[in-house]
Design a protein around this ligand. Structure first.
Ligand code: SF4
Length: 431
C-alpha cells in the first residue's frame, strides 16, 4: 500500500500531458505532496507535475461553498436544461465513462475541446479509411520520416528522443541513419530532427495554407503523374520529385502530421491526400501514416465515446439514443446558435483550458489552478489523473492504453465521483 504522506521517489511514471504518454519518468514527492520531475520529463511535464499542491473550495458565483452545495447547484442547472452541452472533456477513460453516463441520463450533447482538429482525422477515417502505424512500429522500423505541417516537438515534445533517435531497436537498425524531411509550414523548430551525429534534416517550407497544393503534388508524383509547374508553393518541383523517389525507395517510410496545426479550410482533404499517398507507396514497398497530437485526453474521449455509443465526439443523446453530427453538435455552434442552454465544462489536466464565453449557465469541473476571466456559475475543482488519482489513458496512436498512477494523497474528488453524484441527484427529476 502506498504511503502518500511520506516523501518518496516514484519510477516508471506515465505522463498524461500529451499523446506520447511517456512512461519512463521518475518523480520525487515531498511530504506535503509537491512533486519534482527527476528524470525524463520535458519542459511541459515539469510545468504540469511541479505545480504546487492546491485544493481550493468549490464555488457558486465565486463564493466558496461546500462540495455538496456545489453538486446540488450543478444538478439543479442540469435538471432545468433542455439541451445541455458537456464539453471540454479533458479527462481520461474513467472520467470519460462517467461523462457518457451523465450524458445519457441528461440527454446531453458531447464535444471535446480539441475536436476542431481531431475531426479532420475522423472525417478521413469515416470516409475512406487509412493505413496508419503505431509509435512502437516507428521506433523499431522507420527509415524515412516525412513530417507535414508541424515540427512535432511543439505537439509531442519527446517524439524524436523516444521514437526516432532511440538507440535500441528490435531489428538492430542504426537509428542515427534515419532520414528526416519537414514539409510545409514556416518557422518550424526543426532542431529535434538533427541526427545524433549532426546530420541536418531536409526542410521544404511553404505557407501553411499552401500545404494542400504541396501534398497533392507529392501524391501525384508518387502515382507517376508528370507536373509541368516548376515550383509548388515556392518548393521546387524537382525537390518534390526527389522526395517522391525517396518515399518509393524507403523500406519503411512514415508520413506524420498533427491535425491541430493544419488549421486551414478543408484540411481534412489534405489529411486524406496524405493517407492516400501512403496507400499508393504500399503498392511497391512499405509505408504508413502517423497522426500525432492527443493532448487533454482527446484520444481517450473519442475511444470511450466510440465503444459506448458507436460514435466519436460530437454526438448527442438529445433524442434519447446516440446521434452523431460533426456540424450540428460542434460545441462552438451549439453555444453560438443558442441551442445549448447549459454548459458543463471539463478540463482536468490543463488549467488554461477554460470554458468559452457563453451566455448560458456554466458549470466547470476543472483543475485546481484554474483562473477565470468570467467566474462560472459553479466551479468544482477536481483531481488531475496521473497525479491526484489513478486513471487509464490512450496514447495518440490509439492502440495502447496505459495506467496512470496516483502520486500523492489529495483531498480533491475525481471527476467520476462528482459526475456520479450529480447523476444520482438528477435521477428523481428524470424518472
Ligand atoms: S513528451 Fe508528452 S508525455 Fe512525454 S514527458 Fe513530455 S508532455 Fe509528457
Amino acid at each position: 500500500m502506498d504511503n502518500f504522506a511520506q516523501a518518496g521517489t516514484v519510477e516508471s511514471v506515465a505522463c498524461p500531458f500529451c499523446g506520447l504518454l511517456c512512461d519512463d519518468l521518475t518523480v520525487q514527492r515531498d511530504s506535503a505532496g509537491n512533486l519534482k520531475v527527476m528524470e525524463n520529463g520535458c519542459a511541459r511535464a515539469v510545468t504540469f507535475f511541479e505545480r504546487p499542491v492546491a485544493a481550493p473550495s468549490p464555488r457558486i458565483q465565486g463564493k466558496p461553498v461546500a462540495l455538496q452545495e456545489a453538486l446540488a447547484k450543478a444538478a439543479e442547472i442540469l435538471g432545468k436544461a433542455r439541451q445541455p452541452l458537456l464539453a471540454g472533456l479533458g479527462t481520461e477513460v474513467f472520467g470519460m465513462r462517467a461523462v457518457m453516463n451523465l450524458a445519457e441520463s441528461s440527454r446531453a450533447t458531447l464535444d471535446h475541446m480539441n475536436s476542431n482538429g481531431f475531426m479532420r482525422n475522423i472525417h478521413v477515417l469515416q470516409n475512406s479509411g487509412w493505413f496508419t502505424t503505431t509509435l512502437s512500429e516507428v521506433r523499431n522500423r522507420v527509415d524515412l520520416l516525412v513530417v507535414v505541417g508541424t515540427d512535432i516537438s511543439s505537439v509531442n515534445p519527446r517524439f524524436f528522443e523516444r521514437e526516432i533517435w532511440n538507440t535500441e531497436t528490435m531489428f538492430d537498425q542504426n537509428t542515427s541513419q534515419r532520414e528526416i524531411v519537414y514539409l510545409g509550414g514556416r518557422d518550424l523548430d526543426t532542431s529535434a530532427g538533427v541526427s545524433p551525429d549532426g546530420r541536418q534534416p531536409d526542410v521544404f517550407a511553404c505557407d501553411l495554407d499552401r500545404i494542400p497544393e504541396v501534398v497533392a503534388a507529392l501524391r501525384a508524383l508518387i502515382i507517376g503523374k508528370k507536373l509541368h509547374a516548376s515550383e509548388i508553393a515556392g518548393i521546387a518541383t524537382a525537390d518534390l520529385e526527389r522526395l517522391a523517389q525517396r518515399l518509393l525507395a524507403a523500406k519503411y517510410a512514415v508520413v506524420a502530421w498533427a491535425a491541430g496545426p493544419l488549421a486551414f479550410p478543408h484540411a481534412e482533404l489534405t489529411v486524406q491526400n496524405i493517407t492516400e499517398l501512403v496507400i499508393a507507396i504500399n503498392k511497391t514497398t512499405r509505408a504508413a501514416g502517423l497522426p500525432l497530437g492527443g493532448s487533454d485526453g482527446d484520444t481517450s474521449a473519442n475511444q470511450v465515446s466510440a465503444w459506448i455509443s458507436g460514435y466519436p465526439m460530437r454526438n448527442s443523446y438529445q433524442r434519447n439514443y446516440p446521434d452523431f453530427d460533426p456540424y450540428i453538435y460542434a460545441a462552438d455552434r451549439q453555444l453560438q446558435s443558442g441551442e445549448a442552454d447549459a454548459l458543463f465544462w471539463v478540463s482536468t489536466f490543463n488549467p488554461e483550458r477554460t470554458p468559452p464565453a457563453a451566455d448560458v449557465p456554466t458549470v466547470v469541473f476543472g483543475d485546481a489552478h484554474m483562473e477565470f476571466e468570467k467566474e462560472p456559475d459553479v466551479y468544482i475543482p477536481v483531481g488531475t489523473p496521473g497525479i491526484d488519482h489513478k486513471g487509464i489513458m490512450f496514447r495518440s496512436d490509439n492502440v495502447v492504453a496505459l495506467p496512470l498512477q496516483q502520486l500523492r494523497s489529495s483531498s480533491l474528488p475525481t471527476l467520476g465521483e462528482v459526475l456520479r453524484a450529480i447523476e444520482q441527484a438528477l435521477q428523481p427529476a428524470v424518472q
